[in-house]
Design a protein around this ligand. Structure first.
Ligand code: C5P
Length: 244
C-alpha cells in the first residue's frame, strides 16, 4: 500500500479515499483539492459542479495529477448512453456512474462504449439511498429496497458492470454475492461526526472492513473548519484497515 505511519509521521495519500467536490463553482472546488494535495488522489465531480463548469473542471483536476470520478448517473436509451460514455472517455475521467435501472441493454451499451483506451470504469447505482419502501412502491416496485438493490446489482453484473456505488448497509451483502466487484461507498462519517441528511452511514474503518474498495467522503471534509486535518483523521482511521 505504500502507507507510512511511523511515530508522528503524517499519513500519506490513501488511494481508497475519494473526496466529493460538491460545490457550485470551480473556485472553492479547486481550492479544496489543492489543500488536500498529498492526502487525497481522487475527487468526485457531481452534477452540480459539472453542469456549472463542464469539462474544464475535469481538465483542471487532471492537470494537477488527480484522478476524477464523474458522478453523472446516466440513465437514457442505450444509444444515447453509449454516446455519452464515449464523450466522457475523452475527458480522462476514470470512474463514471450509470443507473442500473436503465436495464441490461443500456448497461451493455455503456460497457461496450467504455471499452476504449482510457475509457472510464463504470459504476452502477442501484437504488438511491433516498428511496425507502414507500418511494420504491410508488415506482411500481413492491419489493424491499435491499432486495431491489441485489436484483439490480446482479442484473448489472450479468451485463458486464463490475463496479457499484452502494450504501454501507449494502456493502457486506454485495461483497459476498459479487466477490470481484469494485465497491464504492458514500455516506461515510468518522466517529462523532455530524450525520447530516445521510441515513445509512458507517465509519471509514467499518466500511472498509465490510468490503468497500473506495470511500466517498463529502461534508466531513469539505465543510470542516480545517479540511486537511479532517482528511488526515480519516486517513489515520483508514490505515488501520489494509486493502483487501
Ligand atoms: O457530504 P457527504 O459525505 O454526505 O457526501 C457524499 C457524496 O456521495 C455526495 O456527493 C452524495 O451525492 C453522494 N452519494 C451519496 N449517497 C448515494 C450516492 C451518492 O451520498 N447513495
Amino acid at each position: 500500500m505504500g502507507l507510512c505511519h511511523h511515530g508522528n509521521m503524517e499519513p500519506t495519500l490513501d488511494p481508497r479515499l475519494i473526496v466529493a467536490l460538491d460545490f457550485p463553482e470551480a473556485g472553492p472546488a479547486l481550492d479544496l483539492a489543492d489543500r488536500l494535495t498529498g492526502r487525497c488522489g481522487w475527487f468526485k465531480v457531481g452534477l452540480e459542479l459539472y453542469l456549472a463548469e463542464g469539462n474544464a473542471i475535469l481538465h483542471e483536476l487532471r492537470q494537477r495529477g488527480f484522478s476524477v470520478f464523474l458522478d453523472l448517473k446516466l440513465h437514457d436509451i442505450p444509444n444515447t448512453v453509449a454516446r455519452a460514455v464515449r464523450s466522457v472517455a475523452e475527458t480522462g475521467a476514470e470512474l463514471l456512474t450509470v443507473h442500473a435501472s436503465g436495464g441490461p441493454a443500456m448497461l451493455a451499451a455503456a460497457v461496450e462504449a467504455a471499452a476504449v483506451t482510457n475509457g472510464p470504469k463504470l459504476l452502477a447505482v442501484t437504488v438511491l439511498t433516498s428511496m425507502d419502501r414507500a418511494q420504491l412502491a410508488a415506482t411500481g416496485v413492491a419489493d424491499a429496497p435491499a432486495d431491489q438493490v441485489l436484483r439490480l446489482a446482479e442484473m448489472a453484473a450479468a451485463s458486464g458492470i463490475s463496479g457499484f456505488v452502494a450504501s454501507a448497509e449494502e456493502v457486506a451483502t454485495l461483497r459476498r454475492k459479487l466477490p470481484s466487484a469494485v465497491l464504492v461507498i458514500p455516506g461515510i462519517r468518522p466517529a462523532g461526526a455530524a450525520i447530516g441528511d445521510q441515513k445509512r452511514t458507517a465509519t471509514p474503518a467499518a466500511a472498509l472492513a465490510a468490503g468497500a474498495d473506495y470511500l466517498v467522503v463529502g461534508r466531513p471534509i469539505t465543510q470542516a473548519a480545517d479540511p486537511a486535518a479532517a482528511a488526515r483523521a480519516i486517513l489515520e482511521e483508514m490505515q488501520g484497515v489494509p486493502a483487501g
